[in-house]
Write a protein that binds this ligand. Structure first.
Ligand SMILES: Nc1nc2c(ncn2[C@@H]2O[C@H](COP(=O)(O)OP(=O)(O)OP(=O)(O)O)[C@@H](O)[C@H]2O)c(=O)[nH]1
Length: 166
């Protein structure tokens, strides 16, 4: 239901909560089953602004609170999920879908660390996916109509006289 007909799927976890990556795999790996073989997958670690690394990546914006008046801003801890762990999940998805790594974009290209709060890497994520997805959609259109049935146009078969069962 979620993935059928999708050109791309963005799976998002929280870089400060390892459990969110674990749950992503537990809850969503199975859902990728209905995705077509040319569907792209991006693994996105969000909320980097809350970690030390995110703060040092120059993603502070005016939206970032300077902290309570007269007090210090909450200290940021180290990032709890490494990018390599997201890369491992990406490879797991390809394996699960029996896709050859050689035919798909490299894991390093499809794993991002973002901050929806500061906008860090958000444009990069969507522009990267857009550049990859457009050629796929154009190719699909050139191949003809989708292999789906429009049920709104479905005409029920005319009733025929039956024998014992009406
Ligand atoms: N600091 C920070 N907070 C964020 C970021 N992205 C989302 N949030 C906050 O995280 C909370 C959850 O965000 P949602 O957009 O509801 O995300 P969700 O995946 O639907 O979250 P759940 O409701 O927990 O499933 C909200 O309070 C957001 O404002 C981010 O990049 N940085």
């Amino acid at each position: 239901m979620y993935c059928r007909g999708a050109a791309a799927v963005i799976l998002t976890y929280d870089v400060n909560h390892p459990q969110s990556l674990v749950e992503l795999e537990e809850r969503f790996l199975g859902l990728t089953e209905t995705a077509s073989t040319d569907c792209l997958f991006a693994i996105v670690g969000n909320k980097v602004d809350l970690s030390e690394e995110g703060a040092s990546e120059g993603c502070e914006t005016e939206g970032d609170s300077p902290g309570p008046v007269g007090g210090s801003a909450p200290s940021k801890g180290p990032k709890q999920v490494r990018l390599e762990e997201a890369v491992a999940l990406y490879k797991k998805i390809l394996k699960y879908k029996m896709l050859d790594e050689k035919d798909m974009p490299a894991a390093e290209q499809m794993c991002f660390e973002t901050s929806a709060k500061t906008g860090h890497n958000v444009d990069l994520l969507f522009e990267t996916l857009f550049d990859m997805v457009v050629p796929v959609i154009l190719r699909q259109r050139a191949q003809g109509p989708p292999q789906t049935v429009d049920i709104s146009r479905h005409k029920p078969p005319e009733r025929t006289k039956s024998g014992c069962c009406a």
